[in-house]
Write a protein that binds this ligand. Structure first.
Ligand SMILES: Nc1ncnc2c1ncn2[C@@H]1O[C@H](COP(=O)(O)OP(=O)(O)O)[C@@H](O)[C@H]1O
Ligand SMILES: [Mg+2]
Length: 244
């Protein structure tokens, strides 16, 4: 698929609120169009292979995985698909902040047998979109993600939903994302523009290849408007000149 560039005027410190969900809050914004384009590109990326589960990962923390996952999930739900967004960056739970739902019991609570899958699934304010927050941080994230309980959970979600978006961990430093990459139909790599050196991005791709990930494409996040002259960009910023 083609790369999709998400443009912002400036990055902010971690700050999750309604403004993180541009696709819901301002569907006509050019940034929202970028996420719908990403969804369409992914839908057409593999006409012959089923694409029901997608992992969003990146090189490191703060690249925009959770933001991209959440907006992509909203865009998918808006197209009429039964969609679930699963927080599987178990070391850095964030999805519950973006959607203002409780983090507990979450995926961790379900995988450790403290809650049923039904208890872990939270409805969101967006029609057709359910959320499974990551849950309280466990001592053994990689073990949980490669447990039989996790593969059973993924299989059940495939029955319940049309599309599952996994908001993943970073691929460098911990094995969690590689573990998840082998359990999904495809993986999207978010690259933070101007911050991630090319060799580091290539290293991330190597790690994903080693995990037998099916890399669907790259989202270039945080491209500056002044970089636009040589490319066709999807432009993402808001009028108050603040980050999403
Ligand atoms: N394109 C963007 N423009 C402005 N801020 C962004 C953009 N993408 C992400 N952010 C902000 O950067 C911070 C980290 O993003 P997040 O999605 O949590 O990254 P990750 O999941 O990779 O750790 C959050 O405050 C988020 O709102
Ligand atoms: Mg995150």
């Amino acid at each position: 698929m083609k790369d999709v560039r998400v443009v912002s005027r400036k990055a902010s410190k971690a700050n999750y609120n309604e403004r993180s969900l541009i696709v819901h809050d301002d569907p006509k914004a050019i940034g929202s169009e970028a996420f719908r384009t990403l969804r369409t590109n992914l839908q057409f990326t593999s006409p012959d292979q089923e694409l029901k589960s997608i992992l969003i990962t990146s090189v490191g923390p703060g690249d925009g995985k959770s933001t991209v996952s959440a907006n992509l999930a909203v865009a998918w739900a808006q197209s009429g698909s039964r969609t679930v967004l699963v927080g599987c960056d178990l070391r850095k739970p964030v999805v519950h902040h973006i959607f203002s739902v409780s983090n507990a019991p979450g995926l961790t609570g379900h995988l450790t047998g403290q809650a049923s899958l039904e208890e872990a699934i939270k409805p969101s304010k967006i029609q057709g979109l359910d959320i499974i927050p990551a849950g309280p941080v466990p001592p053994n994230p990689a073990e949980l993600l490669q447990s039989r309980a996790m593969s059973t959970t993924v299989a059940r979600l495939r029955e319940l939903y049309d599309i599952i978006i996994f908001d993943g961990a970073p691929v460098i430093a911990v094995t969690d994302a590689a573990v998840m990459a082998s359990q999904v139909d495809g993986t999207v790599l978010v690259i933070r523009a101007h911050e991630v050196p090319k060799d580091v991005a290539l290293h991330a791709k190597t790690l994903l290849d080693q995990a037998n990930a099916r890399l669907l494409g790259v989202v270039l996040n945080g491209v500056r408007p002044q970089d636009q002259k040589n490319y066709h960009y999807y432009y993402y910023y808001d009028e108050s000149d603040e980050a999403i």
